[in-house]
Design a protein around this ligand. Sequence first.
Ligand code: 5AD
Ligand code: SF4
Length: 486
Amino acid sequence: MQDKTIDETKQGDSLVLENKKENTKKLFIESYGCAMNFSDSEIVASILNDQGFNTTQNLEEADLVLVNTCSIRDKAEQTVRKRLEKYNAVKRDHNPKMKVGVLGCMAERLKEKFLDEEKIVDMVVGPDAYKDLPNLLAEVEAGNDAVNVILSKDETYGDIAPVRLNTNGINALVSITRGCDNMCTFCVVPFTRGRERSRDPQSILGEINELALKGYKEITLLGQNVDSYVWYGGGLKKDFKNASEMEKATATSFSQLLAMVAEAQPGMRVRFSTSNPQDMTEDVFHVMAKYRNICNHVHLPFQSGSDRILKEMNRQHTADEYRALVKRMWEILPNCSISQDIIVGFPGETEQDHQDTLQLMEDIKFTFGYMYKYSERPGTMAARKFEDNIPEATKKRRLTEIVDAQRTHAAYRTQQFVGKTTEVLIEKESKKNPDQWSGRNEQSIGVVFPKGNYKIGDFVKVKIHDCTSATLIGTSTPLSNQEAID
Ligand code: 5AD
Ligand code: SF4
């Protein structure tokens, strides 16, 4: 069950694989929050790699410590503040020359305030300003504080080849859009990550081809709202009557990008996240049906099952529109799994609204999900318009109820696989049993099975004989029979 909030996840630092021999300075970088932050840290590591920095996993020896931060809920920010205290202690006790920088959403939200509030911080860099890092570092080395929190309308970092951090060499994140224009009233992202913009498809394909050459087997196309991906480009102006005709004729939509990616690397699994009910269109489902290597899984947050709350959240869909979208998805993709994000305790949420959320969960029976208590974010429309008036105990109880419901639905979904064979990409050794591999099937359900002669990165047909609510337990089919099942 993936009911743990994502801001509790953490990536310590990095792998040495792409470090350069001639580099002498040491960078310790850690990331909190969404996958986009993890992907951004790989861009930052790449920019600093060219500035003489190799990554280290040892905080005490770092010349530069960077923390890529999340502002989505208050708890995420508290976690980062604790880490800053830790860096402070290490700097004081072991490494007085160490410099500390704050990246990402908290940097953007708090800006210069960071330098006043947290004496330890030398540098504050917003999500669109990473290319300015060399100049900011020069400022810091000259003994000055350095801040760049300017948001951009066109920065996509499409020209930077990320240094893969903490990688298993199998799964990689590929960013396709940045920012979000949806303005859900509870969400700080439009303020911290700015306007929506899409990356040139050629640079996306270039990155994916490069990953394939290095042996990667699965990519996840990333964006706050992947369905709003659109690239206007290509074509010669003289072939068209005017600029807008050219833009329309040459635009690449998300479903077209997905098809291009799937076709470019048929041996690679393709995933994408996050989808948005109001922007997702049926053509995406048809492309998923057409290409075998696009995984049958959609992460489709719905936040609340109450139309009244959805309206106050400024979500541009009703609960029934969500149901209809999922129904259409299952007509086209009967085996597609679906996961959710839900917020409980939004201002004014009544017991009936909460029941509506439970009802929508019951109707869909999500494979897994991420569930949160509403956390008021300063500056958002919800913070300005509504009082955060649901008592903490009520939020807690409602969260427990939806987490319990999700567990039941997840168990129902995993049970459907018992007795069946499912294809698994091996990602790592099972944490619980070193004799077993752990991977995921295309529905993004975790699968464990005895190692046999397989290795990380293999695609294996696994016969499922048991399950928990989050994991399928199976046995691999012998190598010689693998193709026969196909
Ligand atoms: N409080 C609680 N959860 C939030 N999310 C976004 N903003 C907030 C907030 N203010 C959740 C939404 C979103 C996910 C990434 O985080 O469910 O889909
Ligand atoms: Fe936030 Fe809504 Fe954009 Fe998601 S779609 S990042 S919840 S504003």
